[in-house]
Design a protein. Sequence first.
Length: 480
Amino acid sequence: ATFNPDFSQIESDVAQISANERFALFYPEKRPFFLEGLELFTTPIQAVYTRTITAPRWGMRGTGRFGSTGYTALVAADRGGGSVVIPGPNGSDFADQDFKSLVAIGRVRHDLGKTSFVSFLATDREVRGGGSNRVLGPDFQWRPSGNDTVTGQFLLSHSVTPNRPELAREWDGRVLSSHAGDLFWLHSTKTLDFVAEYKEVGDDFRADNGFIPQAGYREGYAEAGYTFRPTGLLSRLRTYFITDYTAQTDGGLINRQLSPGIGMDGRWNSFGRFRVAFDKVRAGDQTFTRNTLIYNVQVSPSGYLSNLLLDGAIGEEVDFENARSTDDCPPRSRYACGRKGHGGRVSLSGTIRPTNHLELVLNVNRRWLDVAAFDGGEERRLFTAHVERLKATYTFNARMFVRLIGQFVKTNRDPSLYVTPENVSLKDGSFAGSALFAYKLNWQTVLFLGYGDNRTLTDDDRFERAGRQLFLKVSYAFLK
């Protein structure tokens, strides 16, 4: 049992770039109370995402095992705040969670031997003032042989939306009921592997305690690969081909992808993966072709420099931010608002350990897109977004450490290239800095003393203070 377990201030999230993203972004859970037994909440469909409990007042949970059966159950009171993701087939909407609610989540898993199991999940959120969301259903993992793994899950949801139409259009007390399913098969040998997966999420499926940013679609995915094992610089070389098709439940195309690629393992604990994606993707009421090179390289050459990761994509890209139906576009638009341009994204991260006590973690992300104006002409930069973050941790001993974090986020835009330039800022950005001292007896008996300073970028490139905080947080676990 716990009271006021919201330790979200302890470490800020690594910022992600949301420009030109259609769906909600995922941020991992970091609060200790919700991390216990988290693997028992992991299912093919992410119907449990404890960060939806945005401001817990209190919580109770039990985790245990009876022979071959494991279980976990969680009940928490949420004071609200933050946002609720409202999924759609082509994008996510958001609504303010301006209400309190009671959350209950439970899962029971029965092991069948060492590698197979059957399980059942149930979640419930009861909104104070009216409204509820309930999700339940089974899932399983079956390994009939050492080369094959089959997993699956089927869920039913029943929702009564809050009567708060000022927050979201569908929140008018309506009843929503639907289903979701996922079936996955993996066949793997030393040289040949094959993956097949089918997903389906109904139009009215809602999982308010989970992270399901897309609904109203069907998806079929297949991947086949062949592995060579050379000697020398490379220890493994895999060629593969991916095909992926996603459509709305009424049959309308969302995305179709054909993608050949190659992956490899090498010296210095290195891994590389490169593929070319040939897409057909929908934006607004138009469908575009999109050809992109996608890459991922990871290497850990030494204990001093480890987890060096470079990934990204470059090539053609679609302007999703301005995608509209043809009737909502500017009169002279040649592109029905949706446009294809050229752009890319790149992400670099790494860990440096100058001494046995000091660790530095660096994250750098950048994304950009060039498009033509709605009435034609040469391509110009629609936006450039970037994130820089440095985390320094000095560990005195197993119980005590100090951590400093600095994070800078900025996006530059050309408002003249947007459908509604009057609603688009030329630039925005922020800087967040924090300092933390921590003393731990165990993972849930801790003392945190911290300071945070948040600043917002102004039009004249100054950082104006938006808020600061000094906090002391203590958690004590009674152990038996």
